[in-house]
Design a binder for this molecule. Structure first.
Ligand SMILES: C[S@@+](CC[C@H](N)C(=O)[O-])C[C@H]1O[C@@H](n2cnc3c(N)ncnc32)[C@H](O)[C@@H]1O
Length: 389
């Protein structure tokens, strides 16, 4: 049986995904007592180790897949080398330590979209350089929760790695390096660019990155290849916020009188931004001030920030915030996943989590070697782009 270890486990978004794919979580860790309470209530006492990951590294058992939604922290500018900063001393560096020590077959990391642009690209370059020198082929892709059947605009960077020795040809067949894209997604690339996918010696040095990393790419040793893809061919049909709302919502979720008064002074907008319906706000832009969201689009990104939990939605004739159960649904968790903690605490735990359907999609890509032809509608295109060498 395949096994996995989940670092920065939170409420276990990766564990839910792994369970559904028949992969056994043998060890998990988080420092937050409330997240750990939820984790134990859902998955039992067995594999969770509560506390600072820095003090637990020696306890980690061997495993096939490492997953981590690591917290985003600035890197130290001391130890600058080749224009890239030093990840040592950060939580991300523990991911590198575990990979170096255990050499799992593959890994999956998740983080916020701005990872690709932070510090004018230096942040992501540091991460790529640290991972790519470990003899893994790295692939990243910017994805959105709304492509996985969730009614939420949530852009996340997924970073995968597969051990280079597992990519060697088997039975005379080349194992393709790309996993997070279909040939359809790559159809916007030129023939020359397609040729480069399989030729790491043609790739750019990571230290020569730009201020903004494209939404998809590959890295190996100190080099990378990247492109901005327009398609996500496997996207599921969009689900609207109205389809996931609860029927009977108690009045505790309604606006207070003073909030209603302020909304009275708002300007009508009636527009969609990134699929989110903005009914009105108080000047200054789509998301600022007392924004009132409609339910004909998707929800804006749920976060762990308490102020976001009080975002206002017009549902029928009522103005209210989303419930904890609606948060669970928008993130792809079972309704009662966090019932071990208070309603208030559930918001930030869900807001921090990786949506299990997104994690499941990516882990599923790692399990297969090369492309799964079944998911590619245009077989001729597939043959043309990726005929076995
Ligand atoms: C972005 S969240 C990951 C959420 C998780 N993927 C999920 O599905 O719920 C980052 C997590 O890292 C945890 N964390 C932060 N510092 C830590 C540390 N020093 N040791 C262990 N966990 C830590 C936080 O408590 C938080 O749950």
């Amino acid at each position: 049986m395949r096994t996995t270890v989940e670092l920065f486990a939170g409420i276990g978004g990766f564990q839910l995904a792994a369970d559904r794919l028949g992969i056994k979580t043998v060890w998990a860790n988080d420092i937050c007592p409330k997240a750990c309470k939820v984790y134990r209530s859902r998955f039992g006492n067995g594999e969770l180790s509560e506390g600072d990951i820095g003090e637990k590294l020696g306890d980690i058992p061997p495993h096939d897949l490492l997953t981590a939604g690591f917290p985003c922290q600035p890197f130290s500018s001391a130890g600058k080398k080749r224009g890239i900063k030093d990840p040592r001393g950060t939580l991300f560096s523990y991911v590198v330590d575990v990979l170096r020590q255990h050499r799992p077959k593959c890994f999956l990391l998740e983080n916020v979209k701005r990872l690709l642009t932070m510090e004018r690209g230096v942040h992501f370059a540091t991460i790529l350089a640290a991972l790519a020198e470990l003899d893994y082929l790295i692939e990243w892709r910017l994805v959105n929760a709304l492509h996985f059947g969730l009614a939420q605009n949530r852009k996340r960077v997924l970073i995968t790695g597969v051990r280079v020795d597992l990519l060697k040809p088997e039975n005379g067949h080349r194992v393709l390096p790309v996993r997070l894209v279909t040939p359809e997604d790559l159809s916007c690339l030129s023939r020359t660019q397609l040729g480069w996918i399989d030729s790491p010696h043609e790739w750019k040095d990571i230290s020569k990155h730009g201020a903004k990393f494209p939404n998809w790419g590959l890295a190996r040793d100190s080099r990378f290849f990247s492109a901005n893809l327009r398609e996500f061919a496997e996207a599921q049909p969009t689900v609207m916020l109205r389809e996931v709302l609860q029927d009977k919502v108690p009045s505790q979720f309604d606006f207070t009188e003073s909030t209603l008064e302020r909304i009275g002074n708002s300007t009508e907008r009636n527009k969609f931004v990134d699929g989110v319906e903005i009914l009105s706000n108080q000047g200054g832009g789509a998301r600022m001030g007392y924004t009132v969201f409609g339910i004909s689009g998707v929800a804006p990104t749920l976060t762990s920030t308490a102020s976001r939990h009080y975002e206002r939605y017009k549902v029928g004739n009522r103005y209210r915030r989303l419930t904890n159960v609606e948060y669970a649904r928008l993130q792809g968790f079972p309704d009662d996943h966090c019932s071990a903690v208070s309603v208030y605490d559930q918001y930030s735990l869900y807001g921090n989590a990786v949506p299990p359907p997104m994690a499941k999609w990516a882990i599923g890509r790692l399990k297969t070697k090369g492309f799964s032809v079944r998911q590619v509608p245009n077989k001729e295109r597939q043959k043309e782009l990726f005929a076995d060498a």
